[in-house]
Design a binder for this molecule. Sequence first.
Ligand SMILES: [Zn+2]
Length: 338
Amino acid sequence: MRRLLAVTTIVSLFSFSLFAGDDKEKDPDQIGNRDVGKGLNWYSMDKEIALGKQLAQQVERNAKIIDDPVIAEYVNRVGQNLVRNSDAKVPFTIKVIDTEDVNAFALPGGFFFVNSGLILKADTEAELAGVMAHEIAHVACRHGTRQATRGQVMQLATIPLIFMGGWAGYGAYQAASVMLPITFLQFSKAFETEADMLGLQYMYKTGYDPEAFVDFFEKIESLEKKKPGTISKVFSTHPPTDDRIVTSQKNIQEYLKAKPEYVVTTSEFNDVKARLAMMHNKKKIDQKDDGRPKLRRAPGSGTDGGSGSSGSDDDRPTLKRNPSSGSSSSGSSGGNNN
Ligand SMILES: [Zn+2]
């Protein structure tokens, strides 16, 4: 009996010391006063930044970066505000990629890309900030290079090859969202859990309602169930699962003392979303025009369809009616004159 007591004492002492370290990471008041990036890492900070910069250049060569100053400035400002309220020790470069994939990814060293699709799927600025804060946490924790250090010794040497080879076979948009070296973006469950927890703290400290992170997760989860493929491949390597939602809710209740007021959204967010939606709609109409059988357009309505938006609106229902009206086979193949 006495021996058993001794054993439990040792165990509880041990676990206490473990939790003592954890507590500092769970306390949002400690943001900036702790080293969340510590851990086995072969990369010096300089090397990490150089690596991230090199990867970022690859992304920028192959993706379409949105240069609309209103959108770019806004997303950068939201991000930098979160970075200032985080444990990150590197300066961040934040850019928006023009693609509908719902995703955001931060490369080692603070090179951060936000897809326009993510902004469009978010209903509030706080939802966008939640995902961005999660990515900032990955960088603050140096998850990319720590993961590379951990287990991928052999793969590390071949990363540039995988990377270069991957780009060649794909179109620009696909390349940007799919062909990043997965080592630096696909994290262990423990790293995801850590980034979830710290991301909540960063958005909370910045003034956002941390519940927005959970809301967005739930929304994406239900979207993905309704329409699989909503989430890009990279995002699906750390999907919004039920246990991440439950853990996040628990972290909010236990460690983030409710504030009287939170930022939920801003009119700027709505403006930026509207701007992006306009860009995407225009792109969609252009793509539809391109794919349309040339035969159908010839009579006259099609020639001025590109100039006026009302004209292209009128075109759309006509196109949908085509298959059921009987002449579907000639319509879809387009080139058949007989
Ligand atoms: Zn993550």
